[in-house]
Design a protein around this ligand. Structure first.
Ligand SMILES: Cc1ncc(COP(=O)(O)O)c(C=O)c1O
Length: 428
């Protein structure tokens, strides 16, 4: 099916925006074809520039936990913006959202707001380095923490843990203080800590890794990480940009019963407006300027419109017992899709944690490390993606991206997805 209005916009976009997009995954490079341009979103539905409607399982990559254009969020944004969009000075909304974060997340006494997840992780790492007086950081292969230089790192060859830049424009010395380890491997962590433990400022991890498919970790691995970091005076940073306020009110930390030293947030905390945050106990956060010597700032940080959107989102989730409802929606989705996936012509496994899910095309089911998909799987996913799109279902345009549920999804939406998948498998 052609999408003339989207195609015309993409043609114009490519002239004035690199690749025609402002974030690479949107360009459909992993699935082929031209991206759709959207004009409206309501509940679980999107409408494209050609007026076609889609059932959405992307949810803007996580923020829209209440669905598109939730009336309370829209009303809060409207009211706040009518009173002035930004003051560059404190406003009550910052205090109100910070109080909700402190009341929700284990071990958090103070929060600093920023405008993206990238800023949140970048700033949390600066703070951890300042607090510990150490330089090294550890990240895990397959976890994404935004595009700051020292976090855009791939593992070195073989068993080497030395980080190599995974993007052009990142000088080797910038990643020299980053170590990269495999997920799901206590031994690798123990070995690194035995060698360099006294120099490691922070270990940063997505407690439920959701950027290389969905890779739920063994609780014992995360518990060992917590114990080792504590033993060596290293800060443990949970990057909860996806999982925070999505998997539970207290994020993955609450679900796993593990309290990190610092946590980073994004996506849900802004309810669809640009908000990020990093948070932790007062004795660490007080190292930030103006109380302390660690500089961090932002012109639009904590602006009243973004704060109002985050507050309205969290309040609706709390009032509607959102996390319990999302869990049961996830279970319902699983039940509805199971027979269709079992009958698929190639292995397709549903991996789910709460309201996050992923269709894994790995033969053996749910991997726990960042494995490359088997030969031909990415092409198979591309065909599946386009068959669903033709059927009015919008899936993430990459086999490695997780899907997001919202409170606006219903059992009928899951039936529609099951039917779409059944038809796509039959046609493949
Ligand atoms: C776990 C995680 N951390 C950090 C980021 C970066 O957030 P942002 O895109 O808001 O800069 C992302 C983005 O997807 C993410 O998934």
């Amino acid at each position: 099916m052609s999408h003339p209005a989207s195609e015309a916009l993409f043609e114009r976009a490519r002239r004035v925006i690199p690749g025609g997009v402002n974030s690479p995954v949107r360009a459909f490079r992993a699935v082929g074809g031209a991206p759709l341009f959207f004009t409206r979103g309501q509940g679980s539905r999107l409408v494209d520039a050609d007026g076609r409607q889609y059932l959405d399982f992307v949810g803007s990559w996580g923020p829209l936990i209440l669905g598109h254009a939730h009336p309370e969020v829209v009303a809060a944004i409207t009211a706040a913006s009518q009173a002035g969009t930004t003051f560059g000075a404190p406003c009550a909304g910052e205090v109100e959202l910070a109080e909700r974060v402190v009341a929700s997340y284990p071990g958090v006494e103070q929060v600093r707001f920023v405008s993206s997840g990238t800023e949140a992780t970048m700033s949390a790492i600066r703070l951890a380095r300042a607090f510990t007086g150490r330089d090294l950081i550890v990240k895990f292969s397959g976890c994404y923490h935004g595009h700051a230089d020292h976090l855009l790192v791939a593992a070195g060859s073989g068993l080497a843990t030395f980080g190599r830049p995974s993007s052009a424009g990142v000088p080797e010395p910038f990643t020299a203080c980053t170590r990269v380890l495999p997920l799901d491997d206590e031994r690798a962590l123990e070995t690194l800590f035995a060698q360099e433990g006294g120099k490691i400022a922070a270990v940063i991890v997505e407690p439920v890794p959701a950027n290389h498919g969905l890779l739920p970790q063994r609780p014992a691995f995360l518990a060992r990480m917590r114990a080792l970091t504590r033993e060596h005076g290293t800060l443990l940073i949970f990057d909860e940009v996806i999982s925070g306020f999505r998997l539970a009110r207290g994020g993955a930390a609450e679900r796993l019963g593990i309290t990190p030293d610092l946590a980073t947030f994004g996506k849900v905390i802004g309810g669809g407006l640009p908000v990020g945050a990093f948070a932790g106990p007062r004795h660490i956060l007080s190292r930030l300027a103006p109380d302390g010597d660690t500089y961090q700032a932002g012109t639009l940080s904590g602006n009243p419109v973004a704060m109002a959107s985050g507050i309205a989102t969290l309040d609706a989730l709390i009032r509607e017992d959102g996390w319990r409802r999302l869990e049961s929606l996830g279970a319902q989705l699983e039940q509805t899709l199971r027979p269709v996936l079992d009958a698929a012509p190639c292995p397709v496994h549903l991996v789910r944690v709460g309201s996050l899910f992923w269709l894994s095309l790995h033969e053996a089911g749910a991997p726990r490390t960042a494995e490359t998909l088997p030969e031909g799987a990415a092409q198979r996913f591309g065909r599946l993606f386009h068959a669903l799109l033709e059927d009015g279902i919008y899936f993430p345009p990459s086999a490695y991206e997780a899907c997001f549920l919202s409170l606006a999804h219903t059992g009928a939406d899951f039936e529609q997805l099951a039917e779409g998948l059944r038809r796509a498998f039959a046609a493949s």
